[in-house]
Write a protein that binds this ligand. Sequence first.
Ligand code: GLA
Length: 704
Amino acid sequence: MIKHDSERKIWVLEGDCFAYALGLSKTGTIVQTYFGEKLPYLSDYPEPELIAEYPYSGGSEVYQETFMGFGKATYTEPCLKATFEDGVRDLKLVFINFKISDSVLSFRMKDFFYPLEVILHYKIVPAYNLLELHSEIINSGSGNIQLEQVLSGSLYVPRDEPYRLTYLSGKWAGETQLSHTELPDTKLVLESRRGTTSHFTNPFFMLDRGGNSQEDHGEVYFGALAFSGNWKIVFEKDRLGMVKISAGTNDFDFAWNLKPGDNFVTPISVLGFVKEGFGAVSRNLHRYQREEVLPAEHRSSLRKVLYNSWEATSFDVNEDQQIHLAKIAASIGVELFVMDDGWFGARNSDRAGLGDWIVNPDKFPNDLQNLIQEVNALGMDFGLWIEPEMVNPDSDLYRTHPDWVYHFPTRDSTLIRNQLILNLARADVRQYLFESINRLLTDHNIRFIKWDMNRNFSEPGYPSAPREEQKEIWFRHAEGVYEIARKLKQAHPNVIFQSCSGGGGRVDLGILRYFDQVWTSDNTDAFDRLKIQEGFSYAYCSKIMESWVTDEVSWISSRKLTLAYRFHCAMMGNLGIGDNLLKWSPEEQQEARELIHLYKEIRHIVQDGDQYRLKSPSEGPLASVMYVGEQQEEAVVFVFLHARNFMNHLPRLRLKGLRGDWLYQIDGVEQLFSGQALMAIGIKLEFHGDFQSKVIRIRKVEAP
Ligand code: GLA
């Protein structure tokens, strides 16, 4: 997996199908020499190559450096920028030694004068064609070092080629939409400066070589960052033909006071390469998340069908009404009943109560015990909404600790959704939050936590900290969320944690190490959702993608969709119901019961199978996604018709991922087809009208 050619000073990390090679340059830096398809012999991998000496800035040698410090005559994005105590702001990192242990290759580098060391770690995750990269900055001296930029590392895609960049952009109620652009001959930055991952751009990218890759073919380089605070991914393409990609925490308003003996560990940057197009990128990332990233306790269990009361009851919750909803939910097959906002403190609207994680005695005179017992007696688990990082000024917590929020004393704090952000850089705030939630989980039989975060940062002041540490909050906040979640998970391993941030504002590979699933978007209009879920599927697996069935007429779009269409869309992930069940007729309840039953039969394929995007909702009259079970013996296809025009025929739906020589039966169709026929010819669809949908089940049969 990791090979070393000591004579040529080359290191190669090999996955099942890809390889990444590094070498030691003449100037003593670690440089990338190859990234792409796995090659047969160690001798195939090139040695470090001097790309150029800048014609203008003579003396500046350009290599594909993997971790460049800001220093000497370098002009591209540095991974590290530091100021030493004497005011010097120049780094010359040189190679000291390397270490290979299991699947990790580490390089130790050091400034040639100052006591600053860097360890660059590469971990190969062979089965998914992925590499995890991160760095560690160590102050081995006796004075402070101010860090102004620390990235996880840089990589390069092959030079002198055109690339198309695909990324996920969005907004509230319109997250994870696909965007494409030709990689320009200049710098391009994907980033968040909002204190969290953000709805607007997700830390994920794909670069396809030549710009003409498709779902099933084409060389694609891809990457994602495991971080939920400010982040950036920088693409630099220049006229030397070089394409450099650097990723890590955002340097915007960032500074870190690295004290003697301390180290700063960067988030993990995940990188990969496939030759088989975008579909393969996603399947690799999906498997990687399901098998390596998600918290181990719930990785292999199937997610339950949930009901969430938010869209039905808003803040107006009480014991009787929740029990009433729970009875209907249980009767249609729901397995997990989640009470959303409104149950605590003086929380009658979004203007008060955040921070006071105590059950509201007027709404719940019997604490939550009665409700939970009822829910459990109905055969369901109970779950609860919280928003730990936030506080309303109208709360006991804020009245007692006004200094616990990010703020600048001389400035007004901007209220967003009437709330402020608690300073999670502070140990006392972390402790308060851990204790409050720990108490809730200890005192009640709660099996699911929906952890929300409903605003982005402003006035990011930490006035009580030493001046040189005040800008650390951008990193420390995310670290605080991880720490509290980690401690809670350790104390309560049975509890599933869901990450929500006003919908899908905090979905990334960092949060997914602590949270088992995510709320994809507050937009539950099933037609809009097809596009949000499509974009989501490029980077993230369906097992974590919570999707709800809500109102017949969407509050977001005023579009009217049938119950079956809404269910089919939500069944492509982790099925939930968020509608007001009190309004459902007995016929609707019966239809829902049957659809939930169907979901339970196929969810192991949807949640743990391989996903194939058959038809994009952005092209043509159809959208379709297929999931294939692990042994390729069963599959399920979701198809949606937007509208038919001009009496046009619908295209046949060509399936993917089946075994060509096996015979398959399509539910409700007598004739058997080989996998090859289903993939080459496809299936004929009978569809009429607008906004129609179908679920098609396919099973392997023995040859008659
Ligand atoms: C956010 C979430 C919603 C709901 C509300 C509650 O908007 O995305 O699902 O939980 O908060 O206030």
